[in-house]
Design a binder for this molecule. Structure first.
Ligand SMILES: NC(=O)NC(NC(N)=O)C(=O)[O-]
Ligand SMILES: [Zn+2]
Ligand SMILES: [Zn+2]
Length: 480
C-alpha cells in the first residue's frame, strides 16, 4: 500500500514547544502572543504583554507577522481510496490538504470502491488510510436504499466510527451509490438520532430531462450555459423542500430529536436558501455549507469546453454568487467545504470539452484557504470569520471536539500563513494533488500563502515540503 516516496511520521524532536505570532486567531479574537504545545495538544495561550520571560529557553517557532490560525477542517472531500486511488488517493490528497492548511478532512463514502456503506467497507477505508495520511481523516458513511431499512447495519457502521451519514437525492454518478428517497432518509435519521450524528444530503431532485439532454438537441455541449440549464435552481429547491418535511422531527420533543440535517454544497442563493432560513427560524436542526468554487467563480467566467468547472449543483451566475457571499456574511450559510471531487484527467474529456458528458466534480483541495481568502479579502472578511467557517463550525458538525480552534485542551492543529503573499498556481508551483492539470485554480494567481501546517503538534507541511505522513484516522466514539 505504501507510496515509496512517503516519509514515516517520526515525532518532532521537540514534544514541547511554542508558536509565536502577532496574529493568533483564537475564539476570543486575534491576539499577539504565543501558543504553548505539549505532546500534540495546546496547553496554554499567552498574550504578548504577559509572556515576557515565560518562554525563554524553550523551543520557539516564530511566525512574526504571519497569521496563526486553527487548521482547516474540510468536511466534504472525495479521496476515492481504496478502489479508485488513481483518481486521487490518501497520500496525494492529504499531502495537498496539508500544503493548503487543512489539518482534518472528512472523506465522503463514494467514488472509492466499494462505497463506504457498511462496517466492513469502513474497515477497508481505515486500513487504506493508516500510515498513508498527512492530516487527520474522518469518514462519513453512506445511506443508500440497501441499508436504509436495516437499522442494525446502520448501527454497526456508526458504531464502527462513521462520523455521520451522507445520501443523495439524485443519481450520484457512481453505480454502487444509489440515490435515496425521503422514506430512506427518514429511516436513516431515526438511527442517527440515537447517535446524535448528522445526515449530509446532496440536495438536488431531478425534475425533468432538460431539452439539451434529449435526442437531436441543437444546444452546444461545449458551452457551460448548456450544462447550467440542465440543473436549474428548482432542483435544489425541490430537494430541500422535501427534506424539510422530515427535519421538523428534529425539533425538541420530535421523533428524530438529536438527529441533524446538513445541506451539502448549496449553490442556489435564491428560494432554496430562503427555505433553509425559514427552517432554522422555526427550530429545525439544520445547517448548510457552500463551497469555495461557488464563491470564487460564476457562469460568466467559464470558458467553452473548460470542463474543470463542471460540478453539481452547478456554478450559477454572478448575481447568485454575490447573494451567496451575503448569506455567508450574514450567518445564514454556516460553513465552507471544498467538495474536492477529482477524477482521471481523461474523464474530464479535455478533447471534446463536452460539459454534458464530462465527469462532474471540482478539484480544489490544496487551495481551500487561498482561494477563499483571494475572494474574501476584498469583502472585509475577518480572520475570525474564516476560522468560524473553515474550522470551528465544520469541526462541530462532525462531532470533533478536539478540533477547530486554538484553545486550551484542543489538538495543536495549526496553519501559519501569509495573507498578503500572492502566488501563481502553475507548472512550477508544487501541487500535490494527483492530477494538478484538472484543478480549478491551475493558471490562477491566489492570495494567502501557507507557510507551515501542524497536525497534533507535528509539522506536516513547510515551504514546499510535506515532511511526514503524521495523520491518523479519526473514528467517532460511541458515547452511551
Ligand atoms: N460523485 C461525486 O463525487 N459527486 C460530487 N460531484 C459534484 N459535486 O459535482 C458530489 O458531491 O455531488
Ligand atoms: Zn454532492
Ligand atoms: Zn461531494
Amino acid at each position: 500500500l505504501k507510496d515509496p516516496s512517503e516519509n514515516e511520521c517520526s515525532l518532532l524532536p521537540h514534544k514541547h514547544f511554542w508558536i509565536t505570532s502577532k496574529h493568533i486567531v483564537t475564539p476570543q479574537g486575534v491576539i499577539s502572543g504565543a501558543v504553548e504545545i505539549n505532546e500534540g495538544k495546546i496547553v496554554s495561550i499567552v498574550k504578548e504583554e504577559e509572556r515576557h520571560g515565560k518562554i525563554m529557553g524553550d523551543h520557539v517557532v516564530d511566525y512574526a507577522d504571519a497569521v496563526v490560525m486553527p487548521g482547516l477542517v474540510d468536511i466534504h472531500v472525495h479521496l476515492d481510496d481504496p478502489g479508485r486511488s488513481e483518481w486521487e488517493g490518501f497520500p496525494s490528497g492529504t499531502k495537498a490538504a496539508a500544503a493548503g492548511g487543512v489539518t482534518t478532512l472528512v472523506d465522503m463514502p463514494l467514488n472509492n470502491f466499494p462505497s463506504t456503506t457498511s462496517k466492513e467497507t469502513l474497515k477497508l477505508k481505515i486500513k487504506a488510510a493508516e500510515g498513508r495520511i498527512y492530516v487527520d481523516v474522518g469518514f462519513w458513511g453512506g445511506l443508500v436504499p440497501e441499508n436504509a431499512f436495516n437499522a442494525s447495519a446502520l448501527e454497526s457502521l456508526l458504531s464502527a466510527g462513521a462520523l455521520g451519514l451522507k445520501s443523495f437525492m439524485c443519481p450520484s454518478g457512481i453505480n454502487d451509490f444509489p440515490m435515496t428517497n425521503i422514506t430512506h432518509i427518514k429511516e436513516g435519521l431515526s438511527v442517527l438520532a440515537k447517535y446524535k450524528r448528522p445526515l449530509l444530503v446532496h440536495s438536488e431532485i431531478q425534475l425533468s430531462s432538460p431539452s439539451s439532454l434529449q435526442e437531436g438537441s441543437q444546444d452546444d455541449p461545449r458551452s457551460y450555459s448548456t450544462y447550467l440549464a440542465t440543473r436549474p435552481p428548482s432542483w435544489e429547491e425541490a430537494a430541500v423542500r422535501e427534506l424539510l418535511m422530515v427535519t421538523n422531527n428534529t425539533r425538541p420533543g420530535g421523533a428524530a430529536e438529536g438527529a441533524h440535517i446538513h445541506v451539502a454544497h448549496l449553490s442556489d442563493s435564491g428560494s432554496t436558501l430562503e427555505l433553509i432560513k425559514e427552517a432554522k427560524r422555526s427550530g429545525d436542526s439544520v445547517s448548510v455549507e457552500t463551497c469555495t468554487h461557488y464563491l470564487a467563480f460564476s457562469e460568466e467566467d467559464i470558458k467553452d469546453g473548460d470542463t474543470r468547472f463542471k460540478c453539481a449543483p452547478p456554478i450559477r451566475d454572478k448575481a447568485n454568487k454575490e447573494k451567496l457571499w451575503d448569506a455567508l456574511m450574514e450567518g445564514h450559510i454556516d460553513m465552507l467545504s471544498s467538495d474536492h471531487s477529482p477524477t482521471l484527467p481523461d474523464l474530464k474529456l479535455p478533447d471534446s470539452g463536452d460539459f454534458l458528458k464530462a465527469w462532474g466534480g471540482i478539484s480544489s483541495l490544496q487551495f481551500d484557504l487561498s482561494a477563499t481568502w483571494s475572494h474574501a479579502k476584498k469583502r472585509g472578511v475577518t480572520m475570525e470569520q474564516l476560522a468560524l467557517w473553515w474550522s470551528e463550525r465544520p469541526a462541530k458538525l462532525a462531532g470533533l471536539e478536539l478540533k477547530g480552534a486554538i484553545a486550551i485542551g484542543k489538538h495543536a492543529d495549526i496553519v501559519a500563513w501569509a495573507p498578503d503573499e500572492e502566488y501563481d498556481v502553475n507548472d512550477k508551483f508544487p501541487v500535490y494533488l494527483k492530477h494538478p492539470s484538472i484543478s480549478a485554480y491551475m493558471g490562477m494567481k491566489l492570495s494567502g500563502k501557507v507557510l507551515a501546517t501542524f497536525v497534533r503538534g507535528q509539522l506536516v507541511y513547510k515551504e514546499k515540503h510535506a515532511p511526514a505522513a503524521c495523520g491518523t484516522p479519526i473514528l467517532a466514539r460511541v458515547t452511551d
